[in-house]
Write a protein that binds this ligand. Structure first.
Ligand SMILES: [Zn+2]
Length: 148
């Protein structure tokens, strides 16, 4: 077995392996060159999200949102701030439920914004409603053990 943490690139969807000690050293995707743990929130499609949620070795927090949803737009800067605070030990991404209706069905989403935390291939916890950055960060820290 190859050593390293599995991480799906949120730009191109390919799977990378990153040595744990390189997590904080701006590792890049071997396929497209995008940074894997830069703490920036990317808008990803449902397929990439599913792949990332199932195979990543780092926790993944997904913000299910839509452009018509006022609270979702209000929360975006808070979510981005939490992503920076949690990098490189957890990754945050967004899925637009309007262009990815499969996500709504698959996760039985009844209202947005909805945050779902995934780790080790499964759903760990959910948080509904718009939240400040500190709450988002605390939610992740309470539900998964992050690297030092
Ligand atoms: Zn890539």
């Amino acid at each position: 077995m190859t050593a390293g943490l599995k991480l799906v690139c949120h730009d191109c969807g390919s799977t990378n392996r990153v040595p744990p000690e390189k997590l904080g050293a701006a590792p890049k995707c071997g396929t497209c060159g995008a940074k894997l743990t830069d703490g920036k929130v990317r808008d990803i499609d449902f397929r990439t999200m599913e792949k990332s949620a199932k195979s990543d070795d780092l926790p993944l927090l997904v913000d299910f949102w839509a452009a018509w949803c006022g609270p979702c737009r209000m929360m975006a800067p808070q979510f981005a701030q939490a992503a920076k605070a949690l990098a490189p030990h957890a990754r945050l991404a967004k899925v637009d439920t309007q262009s990815n209706p499969d996500a709504t069905v698959r996760y039985n989403i009844r209202g947005i914004p909805l945050l779902i935390l995934f780790h080790k291939g499964r759903e760990v916890a959910r948080l509904t409603g718009a939240r400040p950055a500190a709450d988002i960060e605390a939610f992740v820290r309470q539900n998964v053990t992050l690297g030092a």
